[in-house]
Design a protein around this ligand. Structure first.
Ligand code: PLP
Length: 413
């Protein structure tokens, strides 16, 4: 069958491929520690589950929802955003649209904003799906890099250099997947000042991990420091991460009305409104519940992050460490461990020249899985070389065992 060039250019998900390999190994009886998880391994808050039960008997829970979502829930998301972020959203200027998960929200947002040839700036390490979605709509992703030395915070001067006549939008993801950190208030202030110099750029602020912070200070955003920027900001959020509900597929955006009404038209002609049952269950859900629900989760993430820090310190790899503060990942930079030098040396005997920018992240992750039963996501997916994303959500015991295996691998044991 003839497939479209658009379909052919979409990359296979590396995470999925490694996951399949990990499942195969586990099925053949090998012990596998899956550190690829992008979700919390817990049930959602009991109060939310009760609300779902309560909505099961209503016929409306099974019928089409309005395309942009139930008005009551859109208002609730706007009120929640106002009170949490400390901003005011004038209802004559801003609106909210609910979609089938934040991924769908980002996808429709890009479809609403970019024309073929438009450039969208990404801050690497970035979420794996951004470049694919930008290309799908005919745009060009322009990545600005960063390293572990700055805890993966890109320099504002580098972002400035990446801006061109064709820059249509920039995506900010704080707290960040895959680094597990959020950008500082100072950084956001400088970023806001830069954006004020470029009035034609729209800012997409992916805040899906907003509630999942375990180290103060909490995230601050550029539009809190320069409220005028709200007029060209699209805030993306959802319930996947904070309510441990990745399978329920509810995400939303808040933005200027000119944007949300066009976004709604794309949604109307493609997927229609999101899941009615879950939208109805959320409308009376109390966000106050979240504090209680997330307290032990935050503590768990903090403890696992501390265990990792200790292991890296004890194994003389402190330069690979940075303080994670949010989301539930750590990006381990193998160039700050002996592994990359070792692989480079091993390769030298086979081939004459190894380019200095050769990325070993895929080989390292394959080796980690085969030799140590550790599944991690290679950083090539996130736009940085020689690193891997590990999830911090595993239970304490298995997590410590996984770390011990990782240290053995680093030490060539
Ligand atoms: N944005 C980022 C940065 C993510 O990591 C994810 C999921 O992993 C999403 C958006 C999508 O979330 P959802 O499950 O709501 O589609």
């Amino acid at each position: 069958m003839q497939l479209s060039s658009r379909a052919k250019q979409v990359s296979e998900s590396i995470t999925l491929k490694l996951n399949q390999q990990a499942v195969k190994m586990a099925e053949s009886g090998k012990q596998v520690f899956n550190l690829t998880a992008g979700q919390l391994p817990f049930k959602p808050p009991a109060h939310f589950i009760e609300k779902i039960h309560g909505e099961l008997n209503f016929i409306k829970s099974y019928q089409y929802a309005p395309v942009p979502g139930f008005r009551e829930l859109r208002d609730k998301f706007m009120e929640y955003t106002e009170s949490n972020r400390g901003i005011a959203l004038d209802r004559s200027k801003f609106d909210c649209v609910i979609s089938n998960g934040a991924k769908h929200t980002v996808y429709n947002t890009l479809g609403t904003l970019i024309d073929p040839g438009d450039e969208v700036i990404l801050l690497a390490p970035y979420w794996v799906s951004y470049p694919e979605m930008i290309r799908f709509w005919g745009g060009e992703p322009i990545a600005v890099g960063s390293t572990v030395h700055s805890a993966f915070t890109p320099e504002i001067a580098e972002i400035k250099k990446a801006i061109s006549f064709n820059t249509r939008a920039i995506i900010i993801n704080s707290p960040n997947n895959p680094t597990g950190t959020h950008y500082s208030k100072e950084w956001m202030g400088e970023f806001a000042a830069l954006m004020m110099e470029h009035p034609d750029i729209t800012i997409i602020s992916d805040e899906i991990y907003y509630e999942l912070t375990y180290f103060d200070p909490p995230p601050v955003y550029f539009y809190q420091l320069e409220p005028a920027l709200l007029e060209r900001t699209i805030i993306v959020d959802g319930i996947s991460k904070c309510l441990a509900s990745t399978g329920l597929r509810i995400g939303y955006c808040i933005g200027p009305k000119s944007f949300t009404s066009s976004f709604g038209k794309i949604q109307a002609q493609t997927t229609s409104g999101a899941n009615s049952l879950i939208q109805r269950s959320l409308k009376d859900f109390s966000y106050d519940e979240l504090r209680v629900y997330l307290t032990p989760i935050r503590e768990h993430l903090r403890n696992n992050a501390a265990a990792l820090r200790e292991a890296l310190r004890e194994n003389n790899c402190s330069s690979a460490w940075y303080q994670t503060t949010s989301a539930f990942y750590f990006l381990i930079d193998f160039s700050a461990t002996p592994i990359v030098a070792r692989m480079r040396e091993a390769m030298k005997t086979q081939t004459e020249v190894i380019p200095p920018d050769h990325d070993f992240s895929a080989e390292i992750c394959e080796n980690l899985l085969e030799k140590k039963g550790l599944a991690m996501v290679p950083s090539s997916a996130f736009g940085v070389p020689n690193a891997a994303r590990m999830s911090l959500v595993l239970e304490e015991g298995p997590f410590k065992e996984a770390i011990a295996r990782l240290m053995d691998f680093i030490n060539d044991k």
